[in-house]
Design a protein around this ligand. Structure first.
Ligand SMILES: Nc1ncnc2c1ncn2[C@@H]1O[C@H](COP(=O)(O)OP(=O)(O)OP(=O)(O)O)[C@@H](O)[C@H]1O
Ligand SMILES: [Mg+2]
Length: 349
């Protein structure tokens, strides 16, 4: 029997997915993984908008996946989440916890009482006789978090913690002790949201949530060809049948244009960050998320940012228990597992 276990739950635009991990002396085991699609529009930019559709999907997920419990670590990713580097006067962890709301109002675009806030210390800074704590301030709109929490509760689950999806991806696919690389950029490309996080030795230094993903590429193809989204999705993935060559070419042009804008956006984020932090420049990019499966995206990105781009692997550091998934299925799950696996990992770290 597994010892301590944790379940991470990711509510994505295209589906809800969860991973259960157990933590034992011999390491960490992936016990279960499951996902269930949600109808288009039920989750918008990380926010549950059609609660009953999401509740149905969560119920189906729990029914079908054999998770051992109902307590979950929930992820959030949304443009209304603010992540900023701030310097606070040095203080103990307990002091920080109690005074954080008073310390950070000036950094927030909304009243602090409307936010759920968190602070991740990055380093201590000494300037002459002042001692500062530099870190990342995370503030999410309380209304957004609560609407997701309410959907999870309505499905009979118990959210025990809420964490930023970017940090989850970092835990799952970041390689803090890699001998060859000190600083990495990790990019999770979803359907509508992409998370960019830069870390050195596991410490997050920069986070950006972009409102672009694979569904925007599909939309561009649908518009260019004048076809429904499902067909555009198949054309994009190169699995549609009987598509005339000229239409395939048109679709290719639409994909190319979207990719160019996306890759440019990532490049400018990396440039902006690197200019301010020359001693912590990313040395490679690690990809995850379903959107990273788009043909050619890794090469385009590598050429634009002039760094090696590799696929993240959240599963190989884990033992694999009786998940009911074979090798091939685990391979397919890999890009989708980073967020839920990382959320579950956050429960013990
Ligand atoms: N084989 C593939 N080729 C190209 N794109 C793919 C492939 N498989 C999945 N995708 C794309 O991946 C995207 C979904 O990725 P993912 O499941 O990570 O998103 P999500 O977590 O549901 O959404 P979000 O994070 O934006 O809320 C879709 O846009 C889909 O088109
Ligand atoms: Mg996602």
């Amino acid at each position: 029997m597994p010892g301590r276990t944790a379940i991470g739950l990711d509510i994505g635009t295209s589906g809800v997915r969860a991973a259960e991990l157990s933590f034992g002396k011999g390491g960490i085991t992936l016990e279960k993984f499951g996902q269930v699609a949600v109808p288009e529009g039920a989750v918008r930019d990380g926010e549950v908008v059609d609660r009953s559709a999401v509740v149905d999907a969560l119920k189906a997920l729990w029914k079908g996946s054999g998770f051992s419990g109902r307590k979950v670590a929930l992820g959030v990713a949304n443009q209304r989440v603010v992540v900023r580097q701030v310097d606070l006067p040095w203080m103990t962890e307990a002091e920080l916890k109690s005074s954080l709301p008073l310390q950070v109002q000036d950094y927030l675009p909304m009243p602090v009482e409307d936010c759920v806030i968190d602070f991740h210390a990055v380093e201590e800074i000494r300037q002459e006789d002042t001692r500062l704590l530099r870190g990342l301030l995370v503030a999410a709109s309380r209304e957004m978090v609560m609407s997701n929490v309410a959907a999870v509760q309505a499905a009979g689950l118990r959210p025990m913690s809420v964490d930023l999806s970017s940090f989850a991806v970092l835990r799952a696919v970041g390689r803090p002790h890699a001998a060859d690389v000190a600083t990495e950029a990790i990019l999770d490309i979803g359907a509508r949201i992409s998370n960019l996080v830069i870390h050195s030795a596991g410490v997050p230094r920069f986070v950006r949530v972009l409102l672009t993903g694979g569904q925007d590429v599909t939309d561009a193809v649908a518009e260019r060809l004048g076809v429904p989204s499902a067909l555009a999705e198949a054309v994009k993935r190169g699995i549609a049948e009987d598509v005339p060559a000229d239409e395939q070419e048109l679709a290719g042009t639409a994909v190319d244009l979207m990719l160019e804008v996306f890759v440019d956006d990532i490049r400018s984020s990396l440039d902006y960050y690197s200019a301010a932090n020359p001693q912590f420049r990313p040395e490679r990019v690690v990809l995850s998320g379903g959107g990273s499966l788009l043909e050619g995206i890794a090469d385009r990105l590598a050429a634009a940012v002039r760094l090696p781009v590799v696929a993240g692997d959240p599963i190989s550091p884990l033992h694999v228990g009786r998940t009911g998934l074979d090798e091939q299925q685990l391979g397919l799950v890999q890009p989708l597992a980073a967020v839920p696996v990382g959320l579950a990992l956050g429960v013990i770290s």
